[in-house]
Design a protein around this ligand. Structure first.
Ligand code: PMP
Length: 401
């Protein structure tokens, strides 16, 4: 018997599919702006020097390879939470934050939706920005959480539709789960201002919604880990019992190591213990316990003052290179008299820029110039460098004209 004859071909992943098309292209001019991974000024993957040093330290230590506990390495969880919430965070000091090591940001999101589907007493509805990182949708839907969208992007201004965002969060069923990108929103690169975050905190509080923060880019947005944690820390100060999904993929450049945390603010230590006992029951059947190496790297860097300082410099360097590419691309587009206003390329933040290119223009760039990006016109700024930016700007200018 053949059991699988009825299984239909699934659709390609919209982001990973771009990589496949790029790989197939044999042109020597080809440019890949699809991937959400940092590239150095030569277009190559970049391993931070602080990571190399941490690997040397770990190598010397010759640690054993025993299983970690279900919720991961305690020291890692502590240091990671301090990075996100701040060492002075009140709930951290009071021992009422439930933290578990996760398989990077995606794994944290999956623990979150798994836990919510089992234990959340409010409406099992999650509000996601439109647009958002594509994976948010199946991570919620696969555990039966209903997805509703809130307005986020304003096509006309290529900026934030703040009034729309606020209104949609306001009109959602009270107690809904609201997913917020902590910084460097993917794909738009557009974040609320600090004043706008304060207003959002009020609306979320008034409606008794549950705020779920996805923080995949701390430090990567502005180059400053404290500034990028503003929204998370502000919501916590305002008494929100947030859920936080933290990824170290980008800010430490350890994509394939899969290190992150899932955490929840609880109202007491006793409640935290109860919650964690159930978080364990979500994790155990998924993958039993998390991987060792990435968490050891993170803990070594965050826990060694000299390495920590070095890492801060390296995050800033990555962020600054991206910011410099924004400036340069903007200047080139203006010099080339490209029709339209391109100020958003400079004002957007983080790994991506939402260019405003149409799906047709995106297709034409791939066909005529061997330049690859996602259909929505999102480009990974890290894919640009001094060697290809002129070519990219000229090609982009041509398809717009
Ligand atoms: N959230 C957002 C918004 C992201 O952009 C990403 C990475 N593309 C993630 C979460 C998770 O990534 P990872 O699982 O690699 O940490």
């Amino acid at each position: 018997t053949n059991f699988w004859a009825d299984v239909k071909q699934g659709p390609p992943d919209p982001i990973l599919g771009v990589q496949e098309s790029f790989n197939k292209d044999s042109s020597k001019h080809k440019v890949n702006l699809g991937v959400g991974a940092y590239r150095d000024e030569n277009g190559k993957p970049y391993v931070l020097d602080s990571i190399l040093k941490a690997e040397d330290i770990l190598h010397e230590q010759r640690k054993d390879k025993e299983y970690l506990p279900i919720t991961g390495a305690g020291e890692f969880c502590k240091l990671a939470s301090e990075l996100a919430y701040g060492k002075d965070s009140k709930p951290l000091k009071e021992g009422r934050v439930a933290v578990a090591q996760s398989i990077s940001g995606t794994g944290a999101l999956r623990i979150a939706t798994g836990f919510l589907s089992m234990f959340y007493s409010g409406p099992k509805t999650i509000l996601l920005p439109d647009p958002t990182w594509g994976n948010h949708i199946p991570v919620a839907e696969q555990v039966g959480i209903k997805v509703v969208r809130y307005r986020y992007f304003d096509k006309k201004t290529v900026g934030l539709d703040f009034e729309g965002m606020k209104a949609d969060i306001e009109k959602a069923e009270p107690g809904s789960i609201v997913l917020l990108h902590a910084c460097a929103q993917n794909p738009t690169g557009i974040d609320p201002t600090q004043e706008q975050w304060k207003e959002l905190s009020e609306v979320v509080k008034k409606k008794k919604h549950l705020a779920l923060f996805d923080m995949a880019y701390q430090g990567f947005a502005s180059g400053d880990i404290i500034r990028d944690a503003f929204a998370v820390r502000y919501f916590v100060e305002q008494g929100h019992q947030i859920i936080l999904c933290q990824s170290f993929a980008k800010n430490l450049g350890i994509y394939g190591e899969r290190a992150g945390t899932f955490s929840m603010i609880c109202s007491s230590t006793e409640e935290k213990d109860r919650v964690l006992s159930q978080v364990k029951r979500v994790i155990r059947p998924l993958y039993s316990s998390p991987p060792l190496h990435g968490a050891q790297l993170v803990a070594t860097i965050l826990g060694t003052p000299a390495l920590y300082e070095q890492w801060l410099g390296e995050v800033k360097k990555m962020a600054d290179r991206i910011i410099a590419m924004r400036e340069k691309l903007y200047n080139l587009l203006v010099e080339l008299k490209t029709p339209g206003d391109w100020g958003h390329i400079k004002s957007q933040i983080g790994m991506f820029s939402f260019t405003g290119l149409t799906p047709e223009q995106v297709a034409e760039l791939a066909e005529s110039a061997h330049i690859y990006m996602t259909k929505d016109g999102r480009i990974s700024m890290a894919g640009l460098n001094d060697g290809n930016i002129q070519y990219f700007a000229e090609s982009m200018s041509k398809v717009v004209k």
